[in-house]
Design a protein around this ligand. Structure first.
Ligand code: 6PG
Length: 220
């Protein structure tokens, strides 16, 4: 776990690290693929990233998870990432959302499972974690969430959150695990405790502990 004095310093360091990963991927393969989390924690990081001078037109961005709400709804991760990250220099990036058909939760899942094949073997997955130890939209005690951690397919599942918006869409563990780098960004002493206790308490984040190569943490 890399601990920072302030959230600002954490964001600066993580921003530089992500830039390095993007540059290297473009240099090696001509494109970079990122899978990003929603929630409140990474918002300022995304703002910082948006100002970086990179070949953003060669960057494809997908979501680690989404709420099944219209893409212009307050709780939409796609909306948040579009409005914060896909601005400034980064507006040239391509964002592939997890809500393609708001009329039908099941059909949407089929569509996104096909669409996200192009985001397989991503260069970076950025995970967050909730106070209950969930990550992506893989929640404690939710059967589809458990399948997300155990089954190879489908790559993406519809899961259930304990609070609104309850209908979620989440990448599964095998999909996330194929990424070259998996980072976790968490803040606050409570989340640190949850992360430390995750194996013992079997919080969903524990399924990813082995795969996460860098944990970015600050108490502030
Ligand atoms: C989401 C997420 C989720 C998030 C945690 C932490 O869409 O909500 O991707 O896994 O990372 O819930 O959220 P906060 O950063 O808001 O605490």
């Amino acid at each position: 776990m890399i601990e920072f004095q302030t959230k600002e310093r954490l964001e600066k360091s993580l921003c530089d690290r992500i830039a390095e990963i993007i540059r290297l991927a473009i240099q090696e393969k001509g494109c970079a693929k990122l899978l990003l989390s929603g929630g409140g924690t990474p918002k300022e990081l995304y703002h910082k990233l948006s100002a970086l001078k990179l070949d953003w037109n060669k960057v494809k961005i997908g979501l680690v998870d989404e709420r099944f709400v219209p893409i212009d709804a307050t709780h939409s991760n796609q909306k948040m990432i579009s409005e914060i990250l896909l601005q400034d220099s980064a507006k040239e990036a391509t964002l592939i959302g997890l809500v393609q058909n708001i009329e039908n939760y099941t059909e949407n899942l089929e569509t996104v499972n096909k669409l996200y094949e192009e985001l397989n073997e991503a260069d970076l997955v950025l995970l967050g974690m909730g106070a209950d130890g969930h990550t992506a939209s893989i929640f404690p005690g939710d059967p589809p969430s458990i399948q997300c951690t155990q089954d190879q397919l489908p790559l993406i599942r519809n899961t259930n959150a304990p609070s609104e918006p309850k209908r979620r869409i989440s990448l599964n563990k095998p999909f996330i695990s194929k990424a070259k780098h998996i980072f976790l960004m968490i803040t606050g002493d409570h989340k640190r405790q949850v992360f430390i206790q995750c194996d013992e308490k079997k919080y969903p984040i524990h399924c990813f502990k082995e795969e996460i190569s860098e944990v970015y943490f600050t108490t502030n």
